[in-house]
Write a protein that binds this ligand. Structure first.
Ligand SMILES: Nc1ncnc2c1ncn2[C@@H]1O[C@H](COP(=O)(O)OP(=O)(O)O)[C@@H](O)[C@H]1O
Ligand SMILES: C[C@@](O)(CCOP(=O)(O)OP(=O)(O)O)CC(=O)O
Length: 187
């Protein structure tokens, strides 16, 4: 079965990408599959450096020790082929009508998905103010928070949906409904 809608989620560290996409997955159950562009990066890095892949994939602090190096290495691959990790992440194409891509970071990620899947693609930006992100554990790091990995989409202006997940955010129910509404147009 080919997908009917592909939801691309983006947002800064601790904006709530995993939180909201996990909830969406619980809601859609078997109807959806989750794709993480960081998965093939982490898998390669774990193998090369003999690291614990499950820890690297988890929400724990463990991955933070390796984030800077993974960004640098993955950017060197992207410089040759910007779709490399997007393609790898979609490789075992999910047999589900809705795909949730939980970690879009660069304009080239959006470009690759739109070139490949055309108008199946919907882009969603999760925003949260810095105070809220700090209360969730965000700490600014030079080389991470001021490079493409975190900033390339700051000036992207063509989101299909922007969700506030910070101060004054709507209820989770409302956040989910706005996503479902976006999907409806593709089904
Ligand atoms: N709307 C929310 N309500 C309660 N906790 C939240 C909410 N959004 C995010 N969090 C919590 O904030 C932390 C960071 O969220 P996470 O989804 O991991 O961010 P990101 O994936 O964008 O780095 C997690 O502990 C998560 O459970
Ligand atoms: C090297 C990375 O892929 C690591 C991303 O790991 P996660 O996607 O787990 O990070 P957060 O959800 O923001 O905490 C970043 C990149 O620029 O590709």
């Amino acid at each position: 079965m080919s997908p009917q809608v592909i939801l691309l989620f983006s947002g800064k560290r601790k904006s709530g990408k995993d939180y909201l996409t996990d909830h969406l997955q619980q809601r859609l159950k078997n109807e959806c599959g989750v794709i993480k562009i960081s998965a093939p990066i982490k898998s390669y890095w774990a193998k090369e450096n003999n690291l614990n892949l499950n820890e690297l994939l988890s929400h724990n602090e463990y991955k933070e020790q390796y984030r800077l190096e993974m960004i640098r290495w993955s950017d060197s691959i992207r410089a040759q082929d910007y779709g490399y990790f997007c393609r790898q992440a979609c490789h075992d194409a999910l047999d589900k009508p809705t795909w949730i891509v939980s970690d879009i970071r660069r304009k080239t990620d959006i470009c690759w998905f739109k070139e490949t899947y055309k108008d199946l693609v919907k882009t969603i930006r999760i925003v949260a103010d810095e105070e809220t992100r700090k209360s969730r554990g965000f700490q600014y790091k030079d080389g991470i928070d001021n490079v493409a990995s975190e900033c390339d989409l700051d000036d992207y202006g063509d989101w299909d949906l922007v969700i506030n997940n910070g101060e004054g955010k709507p209820t989770l129910q409302k956040q989910m409904e706005s996503i479902m509404e976006l999907c409806k147009n593709n089904k």
